[in-house]
Ligand binder design. Structure first.
Ligand code: FES
Length: 322
């Protein structure tokens, strides 16, 4: 007979090949949650299999569906749907009412994730010369133009604006298997468009905007919080440090070694610099100014439909052909 090592309870329980893990836990009074009574619908009986996953029975269809919906990795199993043919070590994951509430909310948000991602952190610098109390329209005008420009580039390369707080913007490239190339292209497109925007602002009598960017690729933890999510991990922290270092070095766009290596043949490197951090030592960084094969310029944004309709009413815009 196989043994079920159960954590955090530190109990070793005998298990038959015909029993589910939930049945064994219940028969030994281990306090395991099971809101749907073993029907494979609530996920509160979830466990992590710490060793012996290969001895566990394959997922049932119900478990398969639920694991897909919640984003469970292979070692998170439903104890009500899982049996074993050998020794396994498991850890119960839903301990109390608070955990049940979290498990319930995850039907909307998923459980979060930990994986390699590309992060672009940018900081708008030099845009703080506005006297907001006297003429806030100036600031609103400039910032509206700026954020629309950022949004266009991010959308074009399938990034996702993760946060915009104060003068700092974080963009994630988490919809792609590998977002390094897209993140770099986004950064270069933004720098290109910023030159045009700065020329326009100067013509209108505004101070030009300055922007720095840092890009890094590494592990990132995403945890759902309400309708949003919290981000933690090296990828974010390092991208942020690289952005700050770019400002110190008067560089617009700096990328880490992890981003540079797979893209080396596609990039024009203006400078290689080193940033020293106590945790990582000396990190090589690369100032990128262009791609060896630049992307074609996108079509300029057309007039929004509402404006076209208005102009058509006054015969100032060609009517649609029928
Ligand atoms: S008890 Fe509900 S899914 Fe297992």
């Amino acid at each position: 007979m196989a043994t079920l090592h159960c954590l955090p309870d530190r109990q070793d329980l005998p298990i038959e090949s015909t029993e589910t893990i939930l049945e064994v836990l219940q028969s030994h009074d281990v306090p395991v949650q099971h809101v749907c009574n073993g029907n494979g619908e609530c996920s509160t009986c979830r466990i992590v299999v710490e060793s012996g996953l290969e001895k566990c029975t394959p997922r049932s269809r119900k478990e398969e569906q639920l694991a897909k919906k919640l984003g469970f990795p292979p070692n998170i199993r439903l104890s009500c749907q899982t049996g074993t043919t050998g020794d396994v070590t498991i850890r119960r994951l839903v301990i109390d009412q608070e955990d049940i509430a979290i498990a319930d909310s995850q039907f909307d948000t998923g459980i979060g994730e930990y994986r390699e991602q590309t992060v672009l952190v940018m900081t708008l610098r030099g845009g703080s010369d506005f006297d907001l109390s006297r003429f806030p329209y100036d600031a609103l005008y400039v910032l509206n133009r700026f954020y629309r420009m950022i949004d266009r580039a991010v959308t074009r390369y399938q990034g996702r604006l993760s946060s915009a707080l104060g003068n700092k913007i974080v963009v994630l490239f988490d919809r792609l298997p590998d977002g390094r190339s897209s993140a770099l292209r986004t950064g270069l497109a933004i720098l290109h468009d910023l030159q045009k925007l700065d020329a326009l602002l100067e013509n209108l009598g505004y101070a030009p905007l300055q922007l720095t960017m840092g890009i890094h690729h590494g592990p990132l933890l995403r945890v759902p919080v309400g309708s949003d999510c919290a981000l933690l991990g090296d990828a974010l922290g390092l991208a942020n440090r690289i952005d700050s270092f770019a400002a110190e070095q008067a560089i617009n766009l700096l990328i880490s070694e992890a981003v540079y290596q797979p893209l080396a043949s596609e990039t024009v490197v203006a400078r290689r610099v080193e940033m020293s951090l106590p945790k990582y030592g000396a990190l090589p960084l690369y100032e990128i100014t262009a791609l060896t094969t630049p992307d074609a310029e996108p079509e300029p944004p057309g007039l929004p439909q509402r404006m076209q309709n208005l102009l058509q009413r006054f015969r100032l815009w060609p009517a649609k052909r029928r």
